[in-house]
Design a protein around this ligand. Structure first.
Ligand code: SF4
Length: 653
């Protein structure tokens, strides 16, 4: 009998470069200068929260000759997670982050892929998409007409816009997102557990003689096609297909050229697909990588676009370093500049998206918000300079088992606080409001809640008095954010989020008020300002209906979460029964309310407080996180329910 943990342990491929152990050490000369000139100013007052980059400077200050007492300053300034994260060896009574991660990695590896699963997608779902934009010379009528008639034939919604001698066609619709088995990503970014899905994939078959087989391009192709079938793509025509495996599409060690060939040939034959999106680290996007991009363009139809997601995550090299990215802004910028060297006909077909994991373990909600605004501003400047369209896809972080967020989430301070708390979804909505005021919302998109595997808790609007339970208003905020990216219309966004901010008596809701107070103190939020100033007193009939339906969906979700028959199925771990019962209830509700039920997507068993190290104020019973996808006017919406194994009453305040 072969021990599965013996097989293929460790990364399947070596990282492509040798990286320094701690990126910020390169910053020492800059730190010296900054400390000499700025040290007194970085002592915050009670009102000010220290930014993580300042934590980096102070951490380094501990190693520098200095007249002040940096250790004392450090101790008084920074929160426990930051101190522990930076000075981990000083906290020997806790399991280290490395040991924590390994423990979860091994637990997961016990569930290695079976030979039967090798040709199945790891997951496939649909979500709202940013419009795909085609740019034409307005005089090139034949190319414009060809595109328009192709879109009309597929029933794909689009708009034309003339800007001087340019004409743009904006294509609207949804995206299909999928992943299939592959050789695992060799990196270990501290917030990410995606490679775990492929840990051992290269040696997936474990017959008695111990031989192993490698996944073939054909296996991957079959999984890819099944993902498109499972999401009814030939029926509902997604203009965007996103292949979101772990790691890098442009690393030959992870995805072979044959897989590129066979999958892109299929994408080229699907007339409804306007854009293919893939992911890659910037390490693989040098001149050689750009050559591979050119080959991909040759495989796609000439009218199809390519979008490359790059996990930049932050402009702050300290944050990049603690997240163990092994690259920072400079490497990202170099990759964009290399891509800008493509010939003009290909440059017109490419766009880049920078991921932003909004809240790394060392950040507060305010840090996450300010850094996200800063990231979009820098991306905007880079895009203008290089002429390459670049957006930022914000990923409101989830706590994923084995990640650093997970580790700090379960470390409880003597006061009963969790050392890491998920981002509030109000903070995500606030980012839209802040960027709207800067005229930069055309640069942003938002990820789904389940974009990273092994979910334990998700970013949400928490219930007052218990941060582990989502508020009934959570759906409104999540849905408003997701829908905003389809058209970028701020009025529609405010209509969608209205009931989460204002109650029927037109007062701010308690959840919003409490979030605003905690994040900004007396300063007030941009979201509050927008909803105060925006002329929503003249709602159209459609808008009123929309608000009413949103309210009904919130009420319905609340009823399901408290339904004792569902709780019984949850307590019996009857996942099939839970799925079927929730599906039936939604189908009936959809018929009554005039929307379309699409599917019950995720049914995830969670026991959130099981791994707590210490006693927290916030606690919930074990249960199931269930994601239901519905469609309204063709746009998907995702509703998350928590079905506990026992009643929630005693956990609510
Ligand atoms: S974030 Fe990307 S590069 Fe980092 S471990 Fe995850 S899949 Fe690999």
């Amino acid at each position: 009998m072969i021990d599965p943990l013996e097989i293929n342990s460790g990364p399947d491929a070596d990282p492509p470069h040798h990286y320094p152990p701690f990126l910020t050490r390169d910053l020492v000369p800059e730190v010296r200068t900054r400390l000499a000139t700025q040290f007194p100013e970085i002592i915050p007052t009670d009102q000010r929260k220290p930014l993580v980059s300042e934590a980096a400077f102070l951490a380094l200050a501990l190693q520098l000759p200095h007249g002040e007492n940096p250790l004392e300053a450090f101790n008084s300034l920074f929160s426990l997670p930051i101190k522990q994260g930076i000075l981990e060896t000083h906290f020997t009574h806790w399991e280290t982050r490395e040991a924590w991660r390994e423990r979860y990695r091994h637990q997961r590896k016990n569930k290695l892929l079976t030979p039967e699963a090798i040709e199945n997608p790891q997951w496939a779902t649909i979500a709202p998409a940013r419009p795909v934009v085609f740019r034409f010379d307005a005089r090139n009528r034949s190319a414009i007409d060809a595109k328009l008639s192709q879109l009309d034939a597929q029933g794909i919604h689009h708009e034309e816009r003339v800007e001087g001698d340019r004409l743009t066609i904006r294509v609207f619709g949804h995206r299909v997102m999928l992943a299939f088995p592959k050789t695992m990503c060799p990196f270990q970014c501290t917030y990410c557990t995606l490679p775990g899905a492929n840990d051992g994939t290269r040696g997936y078959e474990r017959p008695a003689d111990g031989t192993r087989r490698t996944i073939t391009p054909n296996n991957q192709f079959h999984a890819f096609r099944k993902a498109l079938d499972a999401t009814k793509s030939d029926e509902i025509h997604p203009p965007v297909v996103e292949i979101l495996n772990d790691g890098s599409w442009y690393s030959d060690q992870e995805i072979s050229p044959e897989t590129h060939e066979i999958i892109l040939a299929d994408v080229a034959k699907r007339p409804y697909v306007q854009c293919l999106a893939v992911e890659s680290r910037p390490d693989y996007l040098d001149a050689k990588g750009v050559g591979k991009i050119k080959k991909d363009f040759d495989r796609l139809r000439p009218d199809q676009q390519l979008k490359i997601y790059i996990g930049l995550e932050t402009t702050d090299d300290f944050v990049a370093s603690v997240a163990r990215k092994w690259y920072g802004w400079a490497e990202f910028e170099a990759a964009v500049e290399a891509i800008a060297q493509l010939p003009p006909e290909d440059r017109n077909r490419i766009s880049i998206v920078s991921y932003n994991i909004m809240k790394q373990w060392c950040m507060t909600d305010r840090d996450a918000l300010e850094e996200s605004v800063h990231l979009v501003e820098k991306i905007d400047a880079l895009s203008r300079r290089t002429g390459i369209p670049i957006e930022v896809k914000h990923e409101p972080t989830i706590v994923s088992k084995g990640s650093d967020q997970h580790y700090f989430f379960h470390q409880i301070t003597p006061e009963g606080d969790r050392m890491y708390q998920n981002l509030s979804y109000f903070t995500v909505a606030e980012l839209i409001a802040r960027l709207h005021l800067k005229g930069l919302t055309h640069r942003i998109a938002f990820g789904q809640r389940d974009d990273i595997d092994e979910i334990e808790t998700i970013a949400m609007v928490p219930r007052l008095g218990n941060r582990l339970l989502h508020s009934p208003l959570d759906f409104l905020v999540y849905d408003a954010v997701q829908r905003f990216q389809t058209d970028g219309n701020i009025r529609t966004f405010l209509v969608n989020i209205y009931r989460a901010l204002k109650d029927p008596a037109n007062h701010f809701t308690n959840e919003f008020f409490s979030w605003e107070e905690e994040l900004y103190g007396r300063e007030g939020s941009a979201l509050g300002k927008l909803i105060r100033d925006y002329p929503l007193n003249t709602l159209s009939e459609d808008e009123k209906r929309q608000i009413e339906l949103q309210q009904h969906l919130c009420d319905f979700s609340e009823i399901l979460e408290k339904d004792t028959s569902l709780q019984r199925l949850s307590s019996e771990d009857n996942q099939v029964g839970l799925r079927e019962s929730i599906q039936q209830r939604f189908e009936t509700h959809a018929t009554q309310e005039g929307y379309e039920f699409f599917k019950v997507n995720n049914v995830i068993s969670v026991d959130i407080t099981k791994d707590d190290v210490g006693q927290s104020h916030d606690t919930v019973p074990p249960g199931y996180q269930v994601e239901v996808i519905i469609r309204r006017e063709g746009i998907p919406s995702s509703i998350w329910l928590f079905i506990p194994k026992t009643g929630l009453e005693k956990f609510e305040v």
